[in-house]
Structure formats: C-alpha cells, structure tokens
Design a protein around this ligand. Structure first.
Ligand SMILES: NC(=O)C1=CN([C@@H]2O[C@H](COP(=O)(O)OP(=O)(O)OC[C@H]3O[C@@H](n4cnc5c(N)ncnc54)[C@H](OP(=O)(O)O)[C@@H]3O)[C@@H](O)[C@H]2O)C=CC1
Ligand SMILES: Nc1nc(=O)c2c([nH]1)NC[C@@H]1CN(c3ccc(C(=O)N[C@@H](CCC(=O)O)C(=O)O)cc3)C=[N+]21
Length: 281
C-alpha cells in the first residue's frame, strides 16, 4: 500500500500556528517579494504566496523587477529593503529576468531578513549545521517538516536527492545530511544507468529536476519514501517529476502533485517570515 504524504493538510497546521504567532507580535509583519512580472510562473506563485500571507495576517509588498534592470540595480533595491525597518523578510522569486545574476541577488539579502533562506550566509550555516538560528530554504525545509510529521525515519537511511539547485537540491542534501542520512546527489551529468542503480538503493528519494514523469516506479526500491518537488504543466495539469501511477504499490509513501510539496513551500516561507519577526523584534 502506498500512503500519501498530505502536504495540503500539514501546511494548514503550520499556517494556523503562523497566524497565531502573528497576533502575538506588536509590529506588522511584512514580506517584500521581488519577482519578474513577465514570467507566468512567477505571477502565479507570487499571487498564491501573497494571498496566503494575507490570510495569515502577513502583509506583502510585491515588487516587479523586469528585464530593464541590472544585477547592480536589483542589489541596490535589496539593500534598501535590508535597511527598511518596515520590512520583516525578503523573498527573491526565481527566475529573475535573463541577465540578472540571481545568486548574487539572493546573497545581497541580509541574513536576518532572508525569509527564503537562499543567501550564501544562511546556506553556509546550513552546510555547517550551525548552532545559531538561521532560515532554511522553504522547499527543502517544508519537505523535512512533512517527513517529520509522518515520522519517516531519516537517521541511518540512504537518501538520494535528484537535482542540485540553490532552491532545492543543495539545501535538501544538507538537511538530510544534518539529519544523519547517507546522502547522494544526482544531477544532469549523472549517467542514466548510474541513476537507476542509485534509485534502487535509496530509502528516501527527493526529486526536483523539472522534467515531467522523469522517475518511474519500476526504478524505485520497494518501500521507498518518494518526495516529488517537480511542478510541471502537462495538458494544462500540474504534473510532478515522478510518474505517480507507476509508483503505486512500490513506494510506501509519496507526495502527490498538486497537494504535496507546493503547499509546504508556501507554509514554510511564511513560517520563516514570522520567525524572523520574532527574532528581530
Ligand atoms: N513545489 C515547489 O514548491 C517547488 C517546485 N519547484 C519545481 O522543481 C523543479 C526543479 O526546480 P529548480 O530546482 O528550481 O530547477 P533548476 O532548473 O534550477 O534545477 C534543476 C536541477 O535538475 C538537474 N537535472 C536536469 N536534468 C537532469 C537529468 N536528466 N538528470 C538528473 N538531474 C537533472 C539539474 O542539474 P545541473 O545542476 O547539472 O544542471 C539541476 O540541478 C521544477 O519543476 C520547479 O518548478 C521548484 C521549487 C519549489
Ligand atoms: N525564491 C524562490 N522560492 C521558491 O520557493 C520558488 C521560487 N523562487 N520560484 C519558483 C518555485 C516554484 N514554487 C512553488 C510554490 C508553491 C507551489 C504550489 O503551491 N503548488 C500547488 C499547485 C499549484 C497549481 O495547481 O498550479 C500544489 O503543489 O498543490 C508550486 C511551486 C516556489 N518556488
């Protein structure tokens, strides 16, 4: 039997707590969101984030940054938000317009305002398993919350992360390593035959590559836990990177798309934002 990891359900629990925490603060909580207005995905996801934030009592300040901007001008914008006492957290929605060096912009966000956990300082703290509080990238942190909610064992397990982006794969592998899994990271240059062997060996598989139905059930280990981060549109439908139907009966646990990792990402971003408000009040 394959059980669903219900991200929509767990996100609601986190969101209810976040809304409660917001009411206990004496200052408004504001998330500034920098995004490319010409990118359809960004329009969609930024809209979803802003609507959910409003429901939880978090204000958002959506700031469009188009192709006429430069890396330097966007960094200057981030620096003005770093210095703005009315801004609690900053999110730089990926991808920015071509030509703007995204990772430089991520790293311009002050660590105490890094709601999405993508800057070099907080990613370094994650890599070093730092003892001080720091924010972690919303998507992989949301995956950890989901695994923990369902009491999926991580310590001593074999984990395979497919993809190594700043947003997902790199921080996901660090989190699983910090949680005492044995972690392998696969990417574009991983030979397909090698990937197959790694998949057969992995107790936990977390996939974020952006290729619909890239991972087939037959390649998984019997009893695996499968985390599907992929968010592709096929025939107008949200479709993951894992072939959901063929994983039935093979995986013990799997996240659905939609209703899995996506809602957890948004809930974690807003949870991070209120945490920053509490730490910096
Ligand atoms: N549900 C959610 O909350 C979120 C969903 N997403 C979704 O997750 C997916 C990935 O997003 P993101 O990480 O930002 O994407 P990127 O394009 O930044 O990264 C994709 C990664 O996949 C790797 N890759 C590409 N082709 C292959 C292959 N054939 N075999 C193995 N690895 C491969 C790339 O390797 P290399 O580094 O070598 O190029 C890269 O590391 C997308 O569908 C995106 O929409 C993303 C963030 C949040
Ligand atoms: N700095 C940055 N941080 C991000 O976290 C980030 C980003 N950039 N760029 C783009 C990706 C994508 N992303 C999603 C978030 C929620 C859903 C989500 O909630 N999806 C719904 C379904 C939506 C639908 O049906 O279209 C679900 O899975 O249930 C999806 C995708 C965050 N991203």
């Amino acid at each position: 039997m394959t059980e669903l990891l219900d991200g929509a359900k767990v996100a609601k629990i986190i969101n209810d707590k976040t809304a409660q925490r917001v009411t206990k603060l004496d200052k408004p909580v504001t998330l500034a969101v920098i995004y490319d207005p010409d990118n359809e995905g960004s329009q969609l996801y930024v809209g979803m984030k802003s609507r959910k934030a409003a429901k939880l009592g978090i204000q958002t300040r959506d700031i469009p940054v188009g192709a006429d901007e430069t890396t330097d001008s966007v960094i200057a914008l981030v620096e003005s938000l770093n210095a703005d006492d009315d801004v609690t957290g900053i999110l730089v929605q990926s991808p920015l317009a071509k030509g703007i060096k995204e990772r430089q912009v991520f790293s311009a966000v002050a660590p105490q305002k890094d709601a999405d956990g993508l800057g070099a300082t907080v990613q370094g703290m994650l890599f070093g398993d730092a003892l001080e509080p720091y924010t972690v990238a919303a998507t992989p942190q949301g995956v950890m919350s989901l695994l923990n909610y369902y009491h999926i064992p991580i310590k001593g397990k074999v984990a395979l992360v497919v993809g190594r982006s700043q947003l997902f794969g790199r921080p996901m592998s660090a989190l699983l390593n910090n949680a005492d899994a044995t972690v392998t990271v696969a990417h574009r240059y991983t030979e397909p035959a090698v990937l197959k062997r790694l998949l057969k060996f992995a107790d936990i598989v977390a996939v974020g590559v952006g290729i619909p139905n890239f991972i087939k059930g037959e390649d998984l280990k019997q009893g695996a836990t499968v985390i599907d981060v992929g968010m592709n549109v096929v025939d107008g439908k949200a479709t993951g990177d894992v072939d959901f139907d063929s994983a039935q009966g093979i995986a013990d646990f799997i996240t659905p798309v939609p209703g899995g990792v996506g809602p957890m990402t948004i809930a974690t971003l807003l949870e991070n934002t209120v945490t920053l408000a509490e730490l910096n009040q």
